[in-house]
Design a protein around this ligand. Structure first.
Ligand code: HEC
Length: 438
C-alpha cells in the first residue's frame, strides 16, 4: 500500500534523489543521541512559527492596544492563553536546544576544518535567536516588557559614536512607543523569521555538502557508517516528542503572567529580563560609571569575535576533548562564569517582592473605601457580608468586575453599596486585589 503510493508519487515527482539526499546521508560512527539537539532546535522554531501565527490573529502592535490585545488573547480567545504559554515556553525551549547543540559541536570539535562555514552560519543563527527573544519580550507591552526593553535600548546607547543613532533607529523616536512596537513586531514576525529560515537552509545545505563530523575518534568514525534513516531519524523524532511533552507540561503548569500595562512614568518598577539574558544583566552590574562600556560593548564584541573566529583560532585537526586543553578550558570557564552570574541573579530576582503594584493599589482602595466595615479578611473586619479571605479561589475577574459595576444584576436588594464612582483602573485594581486573596 505505502510502496504503491510511493511509486506513484515517485514516477511523477522523481522523489528518489531527494530521498537519497535527505535520508541516506551516511553518519560516520553511526547514529547517536548526542546529535539530536540541532533537530530539536529546528522543531522548536517551527513550533514558534505556528503558535506565533495564531497569536498574530489577535495581536495589535500599537502602544494603545498591544496590552489589551494580549489580555484579550489571555481571557477571551479560545485556547489563547495556552497558545501564548506555548509560545512563551517555546522560546525557552529553543534557547536550551540551541545551547546544547552548540555545546555538542564545541565538545566534539565539529566546527573544525572543513566545517568552518557551518559554524559561522550557526553563530549567526544563534544571534538571530537572541534577537527573537529580545524583540518578542516587548510585545505584550506590560511593565516588565517596557522596562526590560528600556534596559536593552540603554545598553545599545552606550556604543561609542553610533550608539545614539542606533537607539533612535531602534526606538523610532525619543521614547519607547508605538513606533518601537511596530519595529519590534516587524522584526519579530517578518525580518527575523525569513532571515532565520534562509540561514537554516544554508546551514543544512552545507551539512549535506560536507557531511556530519561524527565522533572525535577517527578510527571509529571510519569503521562504522550508518545512514541517517532509520535510526537517527527515530532518535531525532523521539527527542522532539520528549521536548514537546515537556513544553506542553510547562505551558499548562506555569502560564506566563501579564504584569500591569506599561507605564513610562512609573520608574520604581524593577526590570527583569528573560532568564536567558539574566546572567548578562547581572554581569553588567559590576561595570559602573565609566567602566560600563566594558560590560555593554567590550565584552560582548570580544566574545562574539572569539566565537566567530573559533574554527580559525583552534586549527589543529585533533578533535579529542582531552587533547584540546585551551579550547575546552576556555569553554569550561565560560560555562562557570555564565552559571555563576545566573545563580546570583536568580537569587536576587527571587528576593524582589513579587506583589503586583495593581494589587497594592487595590488593597489601598479596599482600606480607603471602608470595605472592612462589612467584610472580614483573615480575621480583620466585620462579618456583615461574606468573608473575603479566599474570594480569589471562588470568583474570577469577570464575575468581580460585574459585581462592582452592576451589583443589582448579581444579588437583588444587596445592602452592599454600588461603587459606580470608581474608574476602570480602580475597579481592575480592586479586582486584582480580590483575586490575590487565596
Ligand atoms: C454595607 C456593607 C458592605 C460594604 C461596605 C461592602 N460590602 Fe461587599 N458585600 C456585602 C454583602 C452583604 C455582600 C453579600 C451579598 C451580595 O453579594 O451583595 C457582599 C458581597 C461582596 C462580594 C462578593 C463575595 C462573594 O464571593 O459572593 C465581594 C467580592 C465584596 N462584597 C467586596 C467588597 C468590597 C471590595 C468592598 C469595598 C469596596 C465591599 N464589598 C463593601 C456588604 C458590604
Amino acid at each position: 500500500m505505502f510502496a504503491r503510493l510511493y511509486n506513484w508519487l515517485d514516477e511523477r515527482l522523481k522523489l528518489t534523489p531527494i530521498r537519497i539526499a535527505l535520508l541516506e546521508e551516511p553518519i560516520p560512527g553511526g547514529a547517536s543521541w548526542i546529535y539530536v539537539f540541532g533537530s530539536v532546535t529546528l522543531f522548536a522554531f517551527l513550533l514558534q512559527m505556528s503558535t506565533g501565527m495564531f497569536l498574530m490573529l489577535s495581536y495589535a502592535p500599537t502602544a494603545d492596544h498591544a496590552y489589551e490585545s494580549v489580555r484579550y488573547i489571555q481571557e477571551e480567545v479560545p485556547f489563547g492563553s495556552f497558545i501564548r504559554s506555548l509560545h512563551h515556553w517555546g522560546a525557552s525551549l529553543m534557547m536550551v536546544a540551541i545551547g546544547l547543540h552548540m555545546l555538542q559541536v564545541f565538545l566534539y570539535g565539529a566546527y573544525k576544518r572543513p566545517r568552518e562555514m557551518m559554524w559561522l552560519v550557526g553563530v549567526v543563527l544563534f544571534l538571530i535567536t537572541l534577537a527573537f527573544g529580545f524583540s518578542g519580550y516587548l510585545l505584550p507591552w506590560d511593565q516588565r516588557a517596557y522596562w526590560a526593553t528600556q534596559v536593552g535600548v540603554n545598553i545599545v546607547g552606550t556604543i561609542p559614536l553610533i550608539g545614539d543613532t542606533l537607539v533612535r533607529i531602534i526606538r523610532g523616536g525619543q521614547t519607547l512607543g508605538t513606533l518601537t512596537l511596530s519595529r519590534f513586531f516587524a522584526l519579530h514576525t517578518v525580518f527575523l523569521p525569513w532571515l532565520l529560515m534562509g540561514l537554516v537552509v544554508l546551514h543544512l545545505v552545507i551539512l549535506r555538502r560536507v557531511g556530519p563530523a561524527g565522533p572525535w575518534d577517527t578510527a571509529r568514525a571510519a569503521a562504522i557508517r550508518e545512514p541517517f534513516w532509520p535510526r537517527q531519524v527515530a532518535m531525532d523524532a523521539i527527542a522532539m516528542f520528549v521536548a514537546f511533552v515537556i513544553l506542553v507540561g510547562l505551558a499548562l503548569g506555569l502560564p506566563p503572567s501579564l504584569a500591569d500595562r506599561a507605564n513610562p512614568a512609573d520608574t520604581t518598577f524593577t526590570p527583569v529580563p528573560e532568564w536567558y539574558f539574566l546572567f548578562y544583566y547581572e554581569m553588567l552590574k559590576y561595570f559602573r560609571g565609566r567602566w560600563e562600556i566594558v560590560g555593554t560593548v567590550v565584552i560582548p564584541v570580544l566574545f562574539y569575535t572569539l566565537l566567530f573566529l573559533l574554527p580559525f583560532l583552534d586549527r589543529r585537526p585533533e578533535r579529542r576533548p582531552f587533547s584540546r586543553p585551551i579550547a575546552i578550558g576556555a569553554g569550561g570557564v565560560l560555562l562557570v562564569v555564565v552559571f555563576t552570574f545566573l545563580t546570583i541573579s536568580l537569587r536576587a530576582v527571587a528576593s524582589i517582592p513579587v506583589t503586583d503594584p495593581s494589587v497594592v493599589r487595590g488593597k489601598q482602595l479596599y482600606q480607603y473605601l471602608g470595605c472592612a466595615a462589612c467584610h472580614r479578611i483573615h480575621g480583620e473586619g466585620e462579618a456583615v457580608g461574606p468573608d473575603l479571605s479566599y474570594v480569589g479561589t471562588q470568583r474570577d475577574a469577570a464575575w468581580l468586575m460585574q459585581r462592582w459595576k452592576d451589583p443589582e444584576s448579581m444579588v437583588r436588594g444587596s445592602i452592599m453599596p454600588a461603587y459606580t464612582g470608581l474608574n476602570d483602573v480602580e475597579l481592575r485594581d480592586l479586582t486584582n486585589y480580590m483575586l490575590s486573596l487565596k
